[in-house]
Write a protein that binds this ligand. Structure first.
Ligand SMILES: [Zn+2]
Ligand SMILES: [Zn+2]
Length: 396
């Protein structure tokens, strides 16, 4: 009996397992920040070329983005598999995007092995700048997800989860402009830009008592002055404002803006409040597809935490949220570390470059490729995915 499509995919991914682990470790060893992921982009596209793909780089307006396609000779839907590969300042791959990228590569290699027999098309899309800047939203505005019937990626974590607890986030940078003077001899001649920022910080701290438990406002001072004996003439800060959904975020942003304005009024400074051009949306998980992914994950020996229990792990944000409101999408999490180890912590960086990380690359590649194969082969699944998306969008 000829091996099934599923067996062919899984066998292919096992065959390239060592190569995938090597690539994951190489990207891990050379962390790059958002929009500057040159090494990762080149490493991934070089691997694709070795395996018979013709990847394009610099696609959809971003220099370090790429795309590679698997076009079936048969008619069928299109699935996008997404690769993130940016890291964090100071703590490297503490979000494990090396694993995301390499699992996506592995899924594409697995699916290429059955290209002739699968009725559907695959687009492997390299999406830079997840940690800041909203790369996927920028690419989406340039048409990256037009014509896509389903999109997926995996994310490493401390537990296995079919989706990620996720809230919206808006990034904002503020600049207070005051007037410098000798802080002892002539303080009355100065306008203190640090006072402006601290008044705003305090106002935000007070506001936190009166927002929903699903909302977050947090920030840092990036420039606080030059010397104690100079009244600061310019200070800067960066803040994130988070809410459960786009509507709540739209209501929260003006309240935070008012805190910044209050800082300026109280101190006599001028303030520039620069809201980022991209807000990250919450995740609109496509559950028929997420459940299919979870089943494949379970077949690989992974135990998934029920999603209802997942909120106790806290909610983050991802620009995959923006994709999920455009096309049916999933963003499952795969364990690479013990549950108490949190992402964006240096301890997680270690796990992202460990054998457990390598295992998540192979498991993630298989579960995504097999879910994609199911989607191509099952018209009922295609309909369920489409219907769930339409219901979520209020379209039916
Ligand atoms: Zn991440
Ligand atoms: Zn992250």
């Amino acid at each position: 009996m000829a091996p099934s499509i599923h067996t062919l995919i899984a066998d292919r991914i096992d065959t390239v397992g060592d190569e995938l682990a090597k690539i994951s470790r190489a990207i891990h060893a050379q962390p790059e920040l958002a929009f500057k992921e040159y090494f990762a982009c080149e490493t991934l596209t070089d691997a694709l070329k070795r395996h018979g793909f013709t990847p394009q780089t610099g696609v959809f307006t971003l220099e370090t983005a790429f795309e590679a396609q698997i076009n079936s000779p048969q008619e069928g839907p299109t699935v996008a598999i997404l690769a993130e590969y940016d890291a964090l300042p100071g703590i490297g791959h503490a979000c494990g995007h090396n694993i995301i990228a390499t699992a996506a590569l592995g899924a594409a290699l697995g699916l290429k092995a059955v290209q002739e027999v699968l009725p559907g098309h695959v687009r492997l899309i390299g999406t830079p700048a997840e940690e800041r800047g909203g790369g996927k939203e920028l690419m989406a505005r340039a048409g990256a997800f037009d014509g896509v019937d389903a999109a997926m990626m995996i994310h490493p974590a401390g537990v296995n989860l079919a989706s990620m607890p996720c809230i919206c986030v808006a990034e904002v940078q503020v600049v207070y402009h005051g007037k410098s003077a000798h802080a002892s001899a002539m303080p009355h001649k100065g306008i203190n830009a640090l006072d402006g920022l601290l008044l705003a910080y305090q106002a935000i701290s007070n506001l936190r008592q009166h927002i929903r438990s699903s909302e977050r406002i947090h920030g840092i001072i990036t420039q606080g002055g030059d010397a104690p004996n100079i009244v600061p003439n310019q200070t800067t800060g960066e803040f994130y404002v988070r809410a459960a959904n786009e509507k709540d975020l739209a209501k929260l942003k003006p309240r935070v803006q008012a805190c910044f304005d209050a800082g300026a009024t109280g101190s006599g400074c001028k303030v520039d409040v620069n809201w980022a051009n991209v807000d990250y949306l919450d995740l609109n998980t496509n559950w028929p597809l997420a459940d299919q992914f979870r089943r494949h994950g379970e077949n690989l020996g992974r135990k998934f935490v029920p999603f209802e229990q997942a909120l106790k792990f806290g909610a983050g944000s991802t620009d995959m949220g923006n994709v999920s409101y455009r096309v049916p999408s999933i963003h499952p999490m795969l364990a690479v570390a013990p549950p108490q180890v949190v992402i964006h912590n240096p301890e997680f960086t270690q796990w992202a470059g460990s054998e457990k990380g390598d295992q998540a690359v192979v498991d993630g590649a298989k579960a995504m490729a097999l879910t994609t194969a199911d989607f191509f082969l099952s018209k009922p699944l295609q309909q369920q995915v489409k219907q769930a998306y339409e219901i979520s969008q209020g379209l039916c």
